[in-house]
Design a protein around this ligand. Structure first.
Ligand SMILES: [Fe+2]
Length: 306
């Protein structure tokens, strides 16, 4: 099938440079180049970033040097990567982003010609390729789901219940999702064998919605590895190897984790990412190393109406 008839996008998190000037980390280049290669000849529709865009403490403002050296020069409008730089770059906030100027990450999307696309703390991405193929992604802020202390700095926090509003929005939007594939995207993983492990707040406050609405997948980052779980008819993916890999399996025996289907630190392969490719019949999620080798493919078959 011609690639333009599919819906294709790379997904990557935890690529946010370093706190030390000049903030840029050369290892970011591996996955940036991989995305550019995978998206050759206009074959991708957009990029999904799952947060931790700027280490360690987010951005100061929309004029912060990090925009240029960590984002625009590598993935964005000032990159030499002609395929990647054309794509809308949809993102959400990670825990490190919340340590800085949170609103600046929304304002940057509004006030520049950048491909950086971030309209609200939670929002949807919808892509359609004819009557029988569509993908809808529900981008959420898991720091809000976790009621992390940093969200107290969000605008009007004292009078606006971010937790309840995001939950209500997600519940209502998932109820209406008639796309071929419905995917929720947040920064923190539901399950993980890595350093951070499974997130109890998400198991309590997010997973019931995923199950209730029978979503196809939940995509996250946060632990710097690639993982796949297939549990209770929901596929859980981690794509957190944006600039570093962490082989620590601290939560390997955590009883909250279901058995994982795939885990890779791609030790000799220069990082890696997940790549989504949707057709009318199935959604393939590929785990691809920085050298371009496909290590594993998870196939999600289109759910048939009952
Ligand atoms: Fe994180």
């Amino acid at each position: 099938m011609p690639l333009e008839n599919l819906i294709r996008f790379p997904a990557l998190g935890d690529w946010g440079g370093t706190e030390y000037a000049s903030y840029y980390v050369p290892l970011q280049e591996w996955n940036a180049q991989l995305m550019d290669d995978l998206c050759a000849q206009d074959s991708c529709d957009f990029v999904v970033s799952v947060g931790d865009n700027f280490y360690e403490t987010g951005v100061k403002d929309i004029g912060d040097k990090r925009w240029e050296v960590v984002y625009e020069n590598v993935y964005g409008r000032w990159s030499f990567r002609e395929n990647l730089k054309k794509l809308d770059f949809f993102t959400i906030m990670g825990n490190h982003d919340h340590r800085g100027n949170q609103t600046a990450q929304l304002m940057y999307a509004q006030q520049t010609e950048s491909k950086w696309t971030f309209p609200h703390w939670w929002y949807t991405i919808e892509e359609n390729k004819g009557p029988d193929l569509s993908v809808k992604l529900f981008m959420i802020d898991t720091m809000i789901t976790r009621k992390a202390k940093e969200i107290q700095k969000l605008p009007d926090y004292d009078t606006y219940d971010y937790f309840t509003e995001q939950y209500k929005w997600l519940d209502q939007e998932l109820e209406k999702c008639e796309a071929t594939y419905c995917i929720v995207v947040g920064h923190h993983p539901m399950y993980s064998i890595g350093v951070h492990g499974p997130q109890q707040d998400l198991i309590d406050n997010l997973q019931p919605l995923l199950l209730k609405h029978k979503v196809d997948a939940y995509l996250s980052g946060h632990d710097h590895m690639l993982m796949h779980y297939d549990h209770q008819d929901v596929h859980y993916f981690i794509s957190g190897m944006g600039e570093i890999r962490n082989p620590n399996k601290k939560h390997l025996n955590d009883p909250r984790n279901p058995p994982y289907m795939y885990h890779s630190i791609m030790r000799d392969e220069n990082l890696g990412l997940t790549f989504f490719e949707a057709s009318e019949e199935k959604l393939d999620v590929k785990f691809i190393s920085g050298k371009g080798n496909v290590h594993y493919t998870a196939t999600i078959w289109k759910k048939t109406a009952v």
